[in-house]
Design a protein around this ligand. Structure first.
Ligand code: DHB
Ligand code: MG
Length: 219
């Protein structure tokens, strides 16, 4: 086992308290052979702390999957807050809805099922109020498309967190044929070129291996 896996487990043991139902969500995902796409507990706590530091009331999540991260975000926002979470896959959104209900966070979460770009277009058209924090964790090739739409649902001070942008260290591989890597490369380059954003990206290791995230703030 990699040294960083044990360190991650040690950190979880000492610093992280998940909602009781979150543990069951992860167990059920593995039992049902779902892809290991949930954020790790340490990352969930990090997102939770970011949302707390921001005092976030309204959070947009792109990529609900089974709702594990959604619960971290719902727990972090103010009592009158809302997490709007977009999920393409009907099966995943059904699982997530049930999980969020069982974790008792339904009153703070709205899941919208369907193509995320279409859902984002709709939110823009319907003049949805801007979000305080946006967690981008969906299909990587579309990250650049989502970024353009996300900016229309932001305001100065909005935090944008992009998951899985390091991809086992492949981010800097300019000759890659991997559509996911190409997607996150274009995303990172768009962040850099955007005059609206101040951004960085950090590499991480832990129970999910070698990956990382980008963090931006809308100027
Ligand atoms: C992948 C997607 C994720 O959101 C994640 O956390 C890990 C991997 C992927 O599509 O490879
Ligand atoms: Mg992810």
């Amino acid at each position: 086992m990699e040294k960083w896996t044990n360190n991650d487990l040690y950190i979880v043991e000492n610093l992280i308290e998940e909602e009781p139902y979150q543990k069951i969500i992860l167990e059920n995902s593995r039992k049902n052979d779902l892809p290991e796409m949930e954020i790790s507990p340490t990352q969930g706590k990090f997102l939770y702390l970011l949302a707390k530091i921001k005092g976030a009331k309204r959070v947009l999540e792109i990529g609900t999957f089974v709702g594990y991260s959604t619960i971290w975000l719902a727990k972090a926002i103010t009592d009158d807050g809302l997490v709007v979470s977009l999920e393409f896959d009907e099966h995943y959104s059904e699982i997530a809805r049930r999980n969020i209900e069982l974790a008792d966070f339904s009153d703070k979460v709205t899941i919208i099922t369907g193509d995320a770009a279409e859902s984002l277009h709709k939110l823009v058209e319907e003049n949805e109020s801007p979000f305080d924090m946006i967690f981008l964790d969906a299909d990587k090739p579309n990250y650049p498309t989502y970024l353009k739409l996300i900016l229309k649902l932001s305001k100065p001070g909005t935090i944008i967190y992009g998951d899985n942008v390091i991809r086992d260290g492949e981010l800097c591989n300019e000759s890659t044929k991997d559509e996911k890597v190409i997607g996150v490369r274009n995303y990172i380059e768009s962040l850099g070129k955007s005059e609206l954003l101040d951004s960085t990206a950090l590499q991480t290791v832990g129970i999910k291996g070698y990956d990382g995230f980008s963090l931006s703030i809308v100027k």
